[in-house]
Design a protein around this ligand. Structure first.
Ligand code: SF4
Length: 493
């Protein structure tokens, strides 16, 4: 148990975000009394004191082994109340992390960048006109990143800027959610529905979705906005029947794709949903990029995570996709799946090396509350943090030897270790949508059940979120209102 007393601030979320790297989140308790640690618990006292010359910070951590205290003084740069509050939060995290690193003798690879998008901060510093040396120093000294994460973050930011600049408020990207899968994977936390149980609703879903597509596209057109990239994800979009996919692609083509659209991705995630005709249709409808996602090329793991297909099925689907002309194929894999060791990861990589996809997205397992694995925490044979890190290093080295480079990155809460998810690809095969959604400089119009839009107001440096109902039934029940809502939402952009 860690008891925390804050003085001069109420940044509980930020304090918990740092401390959760040193203990379970549930073991952090914020207290009102400035009392020393009693019994076996640790006590943290975090203090912030603004004054005319700047802000003083002090953090003390006390435990059986004694007390570590760190003090800092900062001078905030100009800004409105909100901006100053953001700066104060960072100061509190910096000051607390310094004390925690010494007290627990453990540093955090991403320092105080505990959020999902560490590269976003690097873009912000670049946008402010800082040179790389200044950014490196800032990331190391203030944000407290490990040098290897500084190098990785900068490499990715440089690549991304070739694709996301100049920021253009007249362009949006579109995400379309197909929340159906053949079975539910044990680690899944997405709003995905078992197609065999919901097959009676898929026609209605496609109808409601195409209505929403038409309504959103009409509002975009009225406002003079055009579509940069389209991403059809889920779920597994190819769980739909051929005729349903035909209707969907026709609607997407008519409403969103024009000569300025740079990318059209379709997730063809699971081989048990693919056949030659579907792959041909995806190609004919102008998709420029597909993703076939094995997660692992070990049959015992596929069985264990609830997949109903074999390794050979993945190979066959990939080769069929090549034969019908798909020339930009991504594959997703996961590090840290229960029961896997480095040898099994090496086997997955060998298969990937033989298939030669243009991109591989490497995830680190995250156990979200909505997943089945979360309920099985006590009985699963987890891979430990060091092993996952070794797997990640091996994978990164292997993909680089295939000529790939990291091009986007994000982190998740509840990851098995303090790592990240990284998209690798051969040069010029970058997934532009992936970069746009992470860096949040372009509006994402997200359609369908569970889809979450991000409305970016570039000139005000802020974004609003708009969430469609996660429940399929609620989406179908409210479809008319949801489609009509775009007439109100888009003109505000
Ligand atoms: S394929 Fe993806 S969306 Fe579908 S159940 Fe598995 S993890 Fe979830």
């Amino acid at each position: 148990m860690i008891r925390v007393f804050t003085e001069g601030h109420d940044y509980y979320y930020e304090v918990a975000d740092i401390l959760a790297n040193y203990c379970r989140r549930d073991d952090i308790e914020f207290v009102k009394e400035k009392v020393p640690a009693a019994g076996r618990s640790l006590f943290v006292h975090s203090m912030l004191n603004p004054h005319p010359d700047g802000v003083d910070l002090q953090c003390s951590i006390t435990g059986d082994g004694g007390t570590v205290t760190k003090t800092d003084r900062f001078r905030p740069s100009r800004g409105d109340k909100l901006e100053i509050r953001k700066q104060y939060k960072r100061y509190v995290k910096h000051n607390l992390l310094k004390a925690a690193e010494e007290f627990f003798d453990k540093s955090l690879p991403w320092g105080i960048l505990t959020g999902i998008r560490p590269v976003k901060m690097i873009h912000k510093l670049m946008d402010q006109g800082l040179g790389e040396e200044d950014i490196k120093k800032h990331l190391t000294d203030f944000y407290r990143l490990a040098p290897k994460k500084v190098r990785l973050g900068l490499e990715i930011a440089r690549t991304e800027r070739e694709f996301i600049l100049p920021y253009d408020p007249q362009k949006v990207s579109v995400y379309i959610s197909i929340p159906f899968c053949p079975t539910r994977c044990s680690y899944c936390s997405f709003p995905s529905n078992d197609i065999s149980r919901w097959s009676g609703f898929t026609d209605a879903y496609v109808e409601c979705l195409t209505d929403e597509i038409r309504a959103a596209a009409a509002a975009l057109k009225e406002r003079g906005l055009t579509c940069d990239t389209v991403y059809i994800g889920g779920g597994t979009p190819t769980s739909l029947s051929l005729s349903q996919l035909e209707r969907l692609f026709e609607s997407v083509g008519q409403n969103f794709i024009d000569s300025g659209t740079r990318e059209f991705t379709v997730e063809a995630g699971r081989p048990d949903t693919l056949d030659r005709r579907k792959l041909e249709l995806i190609k004919e409808c102008g998709a420029t990029r597909i993703s076939i996602n094995p997660q692992s090329m070990n049959f015992s793991t596929l069985e264990r995570i609830g997949r109903k297909h074999t390794v050979q099925d993945i190979i066959d689907a990939f080769e069929m996709a090549r034969r019908v002309g798909h020339s930009n194929i991504n594959m997703d894999i996961i590090m840290g799946l229960p029961g896997e060791d480095e040898g099994m990861v090496a086997n997955t990589l060998e298969h990937i090396g033989d298939l030669k996809p243009e991109g591989v997205t490497v995830h680190t397992l995250a156990i979200k509350r909505a997943s089945r694995l979360h309920e099985e925490v006590a009985v699963v044979d987890w891979v430990n943090e060091e092993e996952v890190e070794a797997m990640m290093q091996r994978t990164s080295g292997y993909l680089k030897s295939m000529g790939m480079k990291p091009y986007y990155l994000y982190r998740q809460k509840y990851m098995v270790s303090n790592l990240e998810n990284i998209g690798f690809c051969l040069p010029r095969y970058e997934g532009i949508y992936n970069m746009q959604i992470m860096e949040e400089k372009q509006t994402i119009i997200a359609l369908g059940a569970g889809a979450a839009s991000k409305l970016v107001y570039l000139s005000e440096d802020r974004l609003e979120r708009k969430q469609n109902p996660k429940s399929l039934q609620h989406y179908l029940d409210r479809a008319g209102d949801i489609a009509a809502g775009w007439r109100e939402t888009i003109p505000r952009l």
